[in-house]
Design a protein around this ligand. Structure first.
Ligand SMILES: NC(=O)C1=CN([C@@H]2O[C@H](COP(=O)(O)OP(=O)(O)OC[C@H]3O[C@@H](n4cnc5c(N)ncnc54)[C@H](O)[C@@H]3O)[C@@H](O)[C@H]2O)C=CC1
Ligand SMILES: O=C(CO)COP(=O)(O)O
Length: 332
């Protein structure tokens, strides 16, 4: 069924998802807060800065007019970086109708409130029906129609399946779930572990080391995620281990690439400047540490990433301190 859909945010991920939705025959609008970005997208029909080589079909309406992008739409996809989710939701709220479905595809945790992205949207627009879409899905590959699988999460099964139906096609397979907190925490926390995996590569360490970080990383994510109310199975699924694998190993990963630069001696700011696109793990690291404290769980990799990012600790010292922790059983 043809739907009216708007993608709010025109970075790499917003552009790739606009392509998926357009392929599915929907009436698609793509909104950006940045006038210059809108001008360039309209002129080039491509986001040359964030997603080069992926053409935006002529039928995608590119706009900087938020009211018209929100009004009378069956679905809004919020695809701005996590730090802009609250301001974007606040600005959009006057034009969102009762029960309108908003799906968040941003991966982060708000630092001062420890809210997930859908918590923020619900706070700003309590009358919306809020969902999440997450999983191992780099824009660079989705834009090239490479087979990808994700999970749509919503409180009600009906809303999760509504989102599933709108996005699903032969190369973009969508599963449905009702574990929103599990999906969102998996998506946000894997970025911090991916920074650490990048550091391993930047330090010139090996595959054993990276496998160790990924495995112990998902243990940390699962520990915190379950304490916060997520289901264990979700962390073994697409938005958990699946996204962790792709983010720790892909050349497309902004978090891995920033971590690699940090391993080579760049500061966090220098690494972010070099990567140019949003490195969400840097914004979520402090929040993850605070969440771990709130729920009384140990997250040694997250602690060390924080120390390297914000306390001037060297990457080799962080690695050594992880290895020299007191001996323990594998599962606690
Ligand atoms: N790029 C990817 O492959 C994927 C990204 N995501 C998530 O999607 C979110 C967006 O990521 P990307 O598209 O990669 O980011 P990006 O760095 O490519 O794009 C940033 C975009 O944010 C928008 N923006 C800039 N300033 C703004 C403001 N003041 N208010 C509102 N919007 C503003 C602009 O449209 C800009 O192009 C992140 O949370 C990321 O983790 C999730 C899955 C895949
Ligand atoms: O979430 C992502 C892929 O699923 C994107 O990760 P990066 O931001 O590290 O590129």
């Amino acid at each position: 069924m043809k739907r009216k859909v708007s993608v709010i945010g025109a970075g790499g991920w917003g552009c790739a998802l606009a392509c998926v939705l357009c392929d599915n025959g929907h009436d698609v609008a793509l909104w950006s807060a940045l006038q210059e970005e809108v001008r360039l997208l309209d002129e080039n029909r491509e986001n040359k800065a964030k997603l080069p080589g992926v053409r935006l079909a002529d039928s995608i309406l590119i706009t900087d007019d938020l009211p018209s992008a929100c009004k009378d739409r069956d679905l809004l996809v919020f695809a701005v970086p996590s730090v802009f989710i609250r301001s974007t939701a606040k600005s959009a709220s006057p034009w969102v109708r009762e029960g309108q479905v908003i799906v968040s595809v941003a991966k982060g945790i708000e630092e001062n409130t420890l809210n997930t992205m859908t918590d923020i949207i619900k706070e700003e627009i309590p009358w919306a029906d809020v969902a999440v879409l997450s999983g191992p899905s780099h824009a660079e590959e989705v834009g090239r129609r490479m087979p990808t699988t994700v999970v749509a999460g919503a409180r009600s099964d009906a809303t999760a399946r509504f989102v599933q139906d709108i996005f699903m096609n032969d190369v973009f397979r969508v599963y449905a779930s009702q574990d929103m907190i599990g999906i969102e925490l998996g998506g946000a926390l894997k970025n911090i572990i991916a920074l650490a995996a990048g550091v391993v590569d930047g330090l010139g360490l090996g595959d054993n080391t990276k496998a160790a970080l990924m495995t112990r990383g998902i243990a940390e994510i699962t520990r915190l995620g379950q304490a916060a109310g997520g289901c264990q199975e979700t962390f073994a699924g697409l938005s958990g281990i699946g996204d962790l694998i792709v983010t720790c190993t892909s050349r497309h990963s902004r978090n891995h690439n920033a971590g690699e630069l940090i391993g080579k001696g760049y500061t966090a700011q220098q690494a972010m400047d070099e990567v140019k696109m949003v490195v969400e793990g840097v914004y979520s690291a402090r929040a993850a540490k605070k969440l771990a404290k709130k729920y009384g769980v140990t997250m040694p990799i997250v602690d060390e990433v924080n120390a390297v990012l914000f306390e001037g600790k060297s990457a080799p010292d962080a690695m050594n301190d992880l290895l020299r922790r007191e001996r323990k059983g594998e599962f606690g």
